[in-house]
Every structure is written in C-alpha cells, then in structure tokens.
Design a protein around this ligand. Structure first.
Ligand code: PMP
Length: 296
C-alpha cells in the first residue's frame, strides 16, 4: 500500500509540506518508546461536499490522549479541523482516511517531553477489514491491564499489542483477533469494538476495559434511535460463541459483520440481523443521506 507519492502534502507543525521531503528526528522519544498519540478520522464525499465524520469528537479525543500521557497539546482543535479540510483539498481527496499524530522531539530519557509536534496525513483507504464477513479468533494476546496503561487513550506504543494479536490471528488463517481483558472477558478486536446480538438484543462490553470508540458510541445512538435494545454488559467467550450474530465497529473498518468465531459459525444470515440494519444506517449517516444531527 502506497500512502503518499512525490506530490502528496501533509500538514506539519503549521505548514503544508511534501510528505516525501518531511524530516523526523531519529532521536525522537516517540520513535524509540512509542510516546505519541494519534487519531483516525474518515472524510466522506456527501451531497453536502466532503465532510469529516465527527471531527470534533476525534480531535477532542486526541487532546485527551495527549493529556493522559502529559504530551503537550498546544493547538486549537477548531484550527486542526480547518487544516484537515485544507489538507484534503490540497491533495484533491474527497473521501479519505485522516491520520493526525502528535509526537515528541529528541529525548532518550524515560521522562515526559516538553516539546510536541503535530502532523496530519490523509490517504484514500477502503474499509480496513474489507467488505466480506469476517472469521475471527479469540487471541491468546490479552488487552493491556487498565492499571498498567491508559487504555482509553490512543497512544502509539499500545498498538504493539494490536499488531501482535492481529498478526497471530492472520497467521492462523483468521481475518481479525478478538482480545480478552485481564479478567478473561471479551473486550474488543485489535482496533475495533465488538457487539453481539442475542434474542433480538444488542450487547457490547462496558468502556472500563475497552477503548471508547466513537463508532461504538454512534452504534449505541443508532440502536436507541431505531428502538433496538442495547446493553453494556461484560461478555464471556461463551456469550460470543452462542450469540445469534456479531459485528465490529471502528472508523477505519466502519461496521462489519462476523460470520465465525474460532470454530463457531453464526446461524443467522447477516442480511437479516440487527447488525446489518445498523450497518445500513451508519452508511447513511456518514454520507449525510439523512439528518444526522438527530442522533448526535
Ligand atoms: N479500539 C481501538 C484499540 C482503536 O484503536 C480504535 C480506533 N481505530 C477503535 C477501537 C475504534 O474506535 P473508533 O470507533 O473511534 O474509530
């Protein structure tokens, strides 16, 4: 996958510069220790023009992630949103994935940094896990213990956990990993939240042990708007195996159905599940094909 070419511009510390010419410090603390925070947003080509879905929520989370690890955050989110739109225009992108990253400068100490930099990049990206129903497995890699890490912050170093889990699942012939929390409950996929459907109700693990996904919140709002019962509940592996259907949510992956967990195939035809209705509603929402203010 090529993320940029010779002409691609990125936003770096207040300026638009060529991605191919931008420099990063090899003595940077972020590179060595994963001490940086990032976000993932999607812009959609709608009948109202290019629109970034829930931009305020994403930049607010970026700020919270930086604050969680004491990485200085000196930017105004409204400016960063403006710059994101300018970046899309400068690169002639109508629909794209947008990646802001806040990183620190050179510092080989294991102490928080005084200086921070920001870059924003954008590229065209199809749904992260594809369009086909997924085969997932329960990973032997667990999510980090909330007592050892701010698991609700989107901090780079934490994604080694996701990389290890996903790579192992793919090696075993699955599409994505489902990780348990430190207490053995189902928490989420490597970079998506999980929902199951059982007896016409939707369940998802509570946020105390999972990443607080913006798409997860949107799914909950959609359920409430459509009148589906939605509950936050600790889920066991058995709950996952005996569900009628299940799906994942995330900005990059959007809403994607699961057809199989380990050796268990879901009985329900995806198109007839509540998840499929939510998936259709989500698509309409991001494309502004209906009034999305109603449910935000
Ligand atoms: N879990 C993790 C670990 C993530 O990094 C993400 C974001 N890619 C999600 C869940 C989904 O969050 P969102 O819906 O805000 O994209």
């Amino acid at each position: 996958m090529q993320y940029y070419n010779q002409d691609t511009l990125i936003y770096l510390n207040g300026e638009f510069v060529k991605a191919s010419e931008a420099k990063v410090d090899l003595f940077g603390q972020s590179l060595h220790y994963g001490y940086s925070a990032f976000e993932g947003l999607r812009a959609y080509s709608t009948h109202n023009g290019t629109r970034i879905f829930k931009a305020e929520e994403h930049f607010a989370r970026l700020q919270r992630s930086c604050e969680a690890i004491s990485l200085p955050y000196t930017w105004k989110n409204s400016t960063l949103i403006e710059k994101s739109y300018e970046l899309l225009e400068a690169n002639n992108l109508r629909a794209a994935y947008i990646r802001p990253l806040v990183f620190s400068g050179s510092n080989m100490h294991l102490t928080t940094s005084e200086d921070a930099h920001i870059m924003i990049a954008a590229w065209e990206w199809a749904p992260y896990l594809g369009q086909n129903l997924l085969r997932v497995n329960i990973s032997s890699v667990e999510r980090p213990n909330p007592k050892s890490f701010h698991i609700n912050a989107k901090v780079s170093g934490q994604y080694i956990n996701s990389i290890l889990a996903t790579s192992d699942s793919i090696k075993k012939g699955f599409d994505e990993a489902i990780l348990l929390d430190h207490e053995g409950f189902v928490s989420q996929a490597s970079s998506e939240n999980i929902f199951i459907e059982k007896d016409l109700k939707i369940y998802t693990p509570p946020v105390d042990h999972v990443f607080p996904g913006i798409t997860r919140q949107t799914v909950i709002a959609i359920c409430r708007q459509l009148g589906f019962d939605i509950m936050e509940k600790k889920l066991t592996i058995q709950d996952l195996y005996t569900a009628d259907s299940a799906f994942l949510s995330g900005t990059a992956a959007e809403i994607i159905g699961i057809k199989q967990v380990d050796h268990v195939r879901y009985p329900e035809e995806w198109e007839h599940t509540i998840g499929a209705s939510i998936q259709r509603k989500y698509k309409n929402l991001v494309l502004e094909q209906e009034n999305y203010e109603v449910i935000i």
